[in-house]
Design a protein around this ligand. Structure first.
Ligand SMILES: C[S@@+](CC[C@H](N)C(=O)[O-])C[C@H]1O[C@@H](n2cnc3c(N)ncnc32)[C@H](O)[C@@H]1O
Length: 242
């Protein structure tokens, strides 16, 4: 499926993807034949494993230069794909891709992953109220990530997949320097505790897999699913925010 040209570039059909991380974060702008993806090769396996699983409705949070959006679309061939992106600066190559596929593809610039009304509207209008896959590669901040999860996980179909990328930044030395702009942000690893609580007291989360690159949360197929985060505060007895 992926036709590798070198360690940082591969093709799917006639579109090339350049893995920005492999180039040390080049920040190259995408062009219509060669999209920049802010991922390393070790991120790709999970997405490859989702092929053939009948994923039809995909929502991505955070597009950067649009490489991951086009990658998910080419790889999974969903019926619909939409994304939100906080920045308002256009990404011309992605805009062109979307306009050529406007029946299936949408992008909402200037929209935060924590804008609950916008997310609910997008799920309703673009996906008839239900999703197969959510990929959160947006802020990587705990509170915003949790807000997206609280809003979107209940909209996943039974057995659906929710991915949170790059959860581990707070453990890296550079982020522990007081001069880092993220220093005061709570660790995204706090979401593990929330998810552990859901696994124990709620039957809507089937499985949580914590990998080096991402957290993968699978929704249960149980017909009856309880609301999320009803145990709020319970963990405060013995666990502290990181
Ligand atoms: C890591 S990059 C995304 C990389 C892209 N998914 C890829 O793999 O090529 C994070 C993106 O999320 C956007 N972002 C940051 N905070 C956000 C927020 N609160 N809501 C939505 N997008 C956000 C950034 O502007 C940036 O484009």
């Amino acid at each position: 499926m992926l036709n590798w040209l070198d360690e940082a570039t591969f093709k799917i059909g006639d579109v090339t993807f350049t893995l920005d991380y492999m180039l040390g974060g080049s920040k190259r702008p995408s062009d219509v034949k060669n999209f920049t993806m802010m991922k390393a090769t070790n991120f790709l396996d999970k997405y490859l494993s989702l092929q053939g699983k009948g994923i039809q409705k995909v929502l991505e949070l955070g597009v950067y230069q649009g490489g991951s959006y086009v990658f998910l679309d080419k790889l999974l061939r969903p019926a619909r794909i939409s994304a939100v992106e906080l920045e308002t600066k256009p990404i011309p190559a992605l805009d062109r891709y979307i306009s050529e596929n406007r029946e299936r593809c949408k992008l909402y610039y200037g929209t935060s992953q924590a804008d609950v009304d916008a997310l609910e509207r997008i799920v309703r209008d673009d996906f008839d109220g239900e999703l197969d896959l959510v990929v959160d590669d947006a802020s990587h901040f705990y509170e915003l990530t949790k807000t997206s999860f609280e809003t979107l996980f209940p909209r996943l179909k039974p057995g659906g997949t929710y991915i949170i990328e790059d959860w581990s930044w707070s453990f890296e030395p550079s982020y522990q320097d007081t001069s880092h702009s993220w220093f005061t942000q709570p660790s995204l690893a706090n979401i593990f505790i929330d998810l552990a609580e859901e696994l124990s007291i709620n039957n809507s989360v089937h499985e949580v897999t914590i990998g080096r690159e991402m957290i993968v949360i699978t929704k249960t197929t149980a017909a009856k699913q309880g609301p999320l985060f009803q145990g709020k505060g319970r963990r405060g007895r013995d666990l502290q925010l990181l």
